[in-house]
Ligand binder design. Structure first.
Ligand SMILES: Cc1cc2nc3c(=O)[nH]c(=O)nc-3n(C[C@H](O)[C@H](O)[C@H](O)COP(=O)(O)OP(=O)(O)OC[C@H]3O[C@@H](n4cnc5c(N)ncnc54)[C@H](O)[C@@H]3O)c2cc1C
Length: 332
C-alpha cells in the first residue's frame, strides 16, 4: 500500500524536524522519514559499555532571534543547559568570549527527541529513490515501502539527496543542479574511548586543539552526560587527518589518535569505537537558507549547507524552508 502525504521530509536531523514542526499545525499530513535508528542525525549520542558519548555536534551557540526562541523553549523544558562560555585552546589558554555553549542535558540527541514529539516520524526508513510525478513525488525506501507526497523537503547532506533524485531520473534545472553540486563537506573521524580512571582534559571537560591530527577532545563525564566508573572521551580528528585516514583500519586510526592524545588520557583505554562522519561540516555553502524548485511539484533542499555550517545554521535553514513550504501547502 502507498500512503499519501502533503509533505514528506527526508531527514530527522535538526533542520528537518524544525521544518516539520513549523508546518504541523497548518499542514495536516506531514511525515518525516529517517534512515537512522533514532532521530537527530549529526546531533547524536552513543552508549557502549559504561560510557555515554556525544560523538557528533558537541554544543551549540545562539545568535539569531528565531533560533533564540527554539533554544529558550529547550531550556524551559529542561532539555538543554549551558555547558560553558569557553574552553582551553591548544596553547593552554582559557578562551572565554562570554558566549554560552549549550548542550543537551541528556546528550545532544535529546534536543532532536524533544523536537520530534507530536510529529509523525518513521525511523529506520532509508529512502533509496525519488521519482517526480505531475502532482507530486514518489518516495521509495530500501524495504520497498512507497509514499506519495505533494511536496518534498530534502535535508540529508546534499550529495546524498542528489543521489536519491538521480536514482529516480529526476531532472533538475541546470542552475539549481550546479549550485547544489558546488556544496562540499569535510569528513571527520570521531573516536570514542572509554578510559579506566579520570582524564586530564581541563575543566569544563572540552579542549579546542583546533588542528591536526586532533581538532577537539572532550570528557563526557565532566560534561555531565556520562556517569559510569570509566571516563567517556570523544576525540574528533581534524579534516586533513580524517581525509587521509578515511579508509585506514580502525586500529591504525585509534593508535595514532591515542598517541597524540596521551597527555590528556593517563588511564588505560578499556574500549574504543570509531565513527566515520563522511559529511561532517559543509565547507562550501549555498548562498540562501534553502533552495526551492517549483516544478513538477515543490521540492526544497535545506540543512546546514544552506543556513551555516553548525547547529544554528541547520535550525535557521529548517525554519526558513518550513516558512517557504507553508505558502504552497497551507489552505490560507
Ligand atoms: C563530528 C561533528 C562535530 C560537530 N560539532 C558541532 C559543534 O560543536 N557545534 C555545532 O553547532 N555544530 C557542530 N556540528 C554540525 C552539526 O551537527 C550540524 O550542522 C547539524 O546537526 C546538521 O543538521 P542537519 O539537519 O542539517 O543535518 P543532519 O543532522 O545530517 O540530518 C540529516 C538526516 O538525514 C538522514 N538521511 C540521510 N540520508 C537519508 C536517506 N537516504 N533516507 C532517510 N534519511 C536519510 C540522516 O540519517 C540524518 O538524520 C558537528 C558535526 C559533526 C559531524
Amino acid at each position: 500500500m502507498t500512503s499519501e502525504h502533503d509533505l514528506i521530509v527526508v531527514g530527522a536531523g535538526l533542520s528537518g524536524l524544525l521544518a516539520a514542526r513549523h508546518l504541523k499545525d497548518s499542514v495536516e499530513n506531514v511525515l518525516v522519514l529517517d534512515k537512522g535508528r533514532g532521530v537527530g542525525g549529526r546531533l547524536s549520542r552513543r552508549r557502549f559499555d559504561g560510557g555515554v558519548f556525544d560523538h557528533g555536534a558537541q554544543y551549540f551557540t545562539v545568535s539569531d532571534a528565531r533560533f533564540r526562541n527554539v533554544a529558550d523553549e529547550l531550556i524551559a523544558a529542561g532539555v538543554v543547559r549551558v555547558w560553558s562560555t569557553g574552553f582551553e585552546d591548544a596553547a593552554g589558554h582559557f578562551k572565554d568570549n562570554g558566549e554560552p555553549r549549550y548542550v543537551g542535558v541528556d546528550g545532544m540527541s535529546a534536543v532532536a527527541r524533544f523536537l520530534a514529539r507530536g510529529l509523525q516520524v518513521k525511523t529506520q526508513h532509508r529512502v533509496v529513490e525519488i521519482t517526480g510525478r505531475d502532482d507530486g513525488w514518489r518516495i521509495t525506501t530500501s524495504e520497498g515501502v512507497r509514499f506519495l507526497s505533494r511536496a518534498l523537503l530534502l535535508t540529508a547532506p546534499v550529495p546524498q539527496s542528489l543521489e536519491l533524485l538521480m536514482s529516480g531520473g529526476v531532472y533538475l534545472p541546470t542552475d539549481s543542479l550546479q549550485a547544489l553540486q558546488r556544496i562540499q563537506y569535510a569528513r571527520c573521524l570521531a573516536l570514542m574511548v572509554e578510559l579506566d580512571g579520570k582524564s586530564r582534559i581541563p575543566p569544563p571537560g572540552g579542549k579546542w586543539l583546533s588542528g591536526e591530527p586532533i581538532a577537539w577532545i572532550a570528557d563526557n563525564n565532566q560534561k555531565g552526560i556520562s556517569a559510569g566508573k570509566t571516563t567517556a572521551v570523544t576525540i574528533h580528528a581534524g579534516p586533513q587527518f580524517s581525509l587521509k585516514h578515511w579508509d585506514s583500519a580502525e586500529e591504525v586510526v585509534r593508535d595514532r589518535l591515542l598517541s597524540v592524545a596521551e597527555p590528556f588520557l593517563p588511564g588505560a583505554p578499556v574500549h574504543s569505537q570509531l565513527h566515520r562522519w563522511k559529511f561532517s561540516l559543509p565547507t562550501t555553502l549555498h548562498r540562501d537558507r534553502f533552495l526551492l524548485i517549483e516544478q513538477p511539484a515543490p521540492l526544497v533542499f535545506a540543512g546546514d549547507a544552506f543556513g551555516g555550517p553548525k547547529v544554528e545554521g541547520a535550525a535557521l535553514s529548517g525554519l526558513s524552508a518550513g516558512t517557504a513550504l507553508s505558502r504552497y501547502l497551507s489552505p490560507h
